[in-house]
Design a protein. Structure first.
Length: 305
């Protein structure tokens, strides 16, 4: 699952910025296989994969401007037009345009970038930043980095990698099983709308943070559903190999597995069956030694033995 999340993140983050490789091609590159594609397309993916793989190593160090510059340098290695701009703040003005070629945002002038980035990194390590929820810090950092737009190219990928690093460093990594970049790529228009919703005059991040935290919640929920599905499949195989159960009894076992415990009344409502029919199914599972009752009278619930 970690490997799959790594591949989906690398595919999504590079795809957002125009990389044409499919998820299958990204998967092949991650496995060390050769594919027929432009050199730049391949390197963009390989660079991002390597940065994501090294997130734990980055997290061992204190977040500094050097860390940010190093991440950008590795993301843009051999793919940026001018190699001298890899891992260095921009020295020229840039604009952000949409797919129609219209300018939607003009970042701060290059002379302000070093000061803004220094303040940004100081904030990341400050007590106020560490006192808020890790997801909010990552969301704020993602937006602020894009707002400053410190590099000529590769700002989006660097911002997303930095958000991933913050979540990991703050302990919100859940084994690196979730693919947040995949959420952005699922609806790129919504991603850009959320980023552009912030008024640069008052910097009210409410809409953006609602979007960002929804993305984390949805991504984590997908992981939970996948884990439950995989563990239920394994449970089904294990039990089916030892005990003969009906489909309904197996479903009861899966429900207890997912919830931890269940009551007779809940089973009646879920299966739309009578109390007597529910009792019959439960009695069979108790007799076989699969489940047992805990609690008394109306508080009785059933759990695994």
């Amino acid at each position: 699952m970690r490997r799959e999340a790594l591949i989906r993140n690398a595919h999504a983050s590079t795809s957002i910025e125009g990389n044409p490789l499919s998820i299958e091609e990204v998967s092949a590159l991650a496995e060390g296989r050769k594919i027929t594609a432009m050199r730049k397309s391949r390197l963009e993916v390989l660079n991002y994969l390597k940065v994501l793989e090294d997130i734990p190593k980055f997290a061992e160090k204190e977040s500094t401007e050097k860390t940010v510059l190093d991440i950008h340098k590795r993301i843009t290695k051999d793919v940026i037009e001018d190699p001298r701009e890899s891992g260095r703040y921009r020295k020229k003005r840039v604009v952000v345009g949409n797919r129609l070629g219209r300018i939607v945002y003009t970042p701060p002038p290059p002379a302000e970038v070093p000061r803004l980035m220094k303040g940004f990194v100081v904030w990341l390590g400050s007590a106020p930043a560490q006192s808020i929820d890790a997801v909010l810090e990552a969301g704020i950092a993602h937006y602020e980095f894009v707002r400053i737009h410190p590099f000529v190219d590769g700002n989006g990928r660097t911002a997303r990698a930095l958000a991933t690093l913050i979540l990991y460093a703050r302990g919100f990594d859940i084994k690196r099983f979730f693919a947040l970049d995949d959420y952005y790529n699922g609806d790129r228009a919504a991603y850009y709308r959320a980023l552009q919703s912030v008024d640069p005059n008052d910097l009210d991040l409410t809409f953006w943070l609602e979007y960002f935290t929804d993305g984390v919640a949805i991504s984590v929920l997908r992981v939970k559903e996948r884990v439950l599905r995989l563990s239920s499949d394994r449970l089904r195989r294990d039990i089916k190999g030892q005990i003969s159960l009906t489909d309904r009894q197996m479903r009861i076992v899966e429900l207890i597995h997912g919830r931890g415990a269940i009551s007779s009344k809940e089973l009646q409502q879920l299966f739309h069956i009578s109390r007597q029919a529910t009792h019959k199914e439960i009695s069979k599972l108790v007799k076989l030694g699969v489940i047992k009752s805990v609690g008394k009278a109306r508080a009785t619930r059933y759990v695994f033995v």
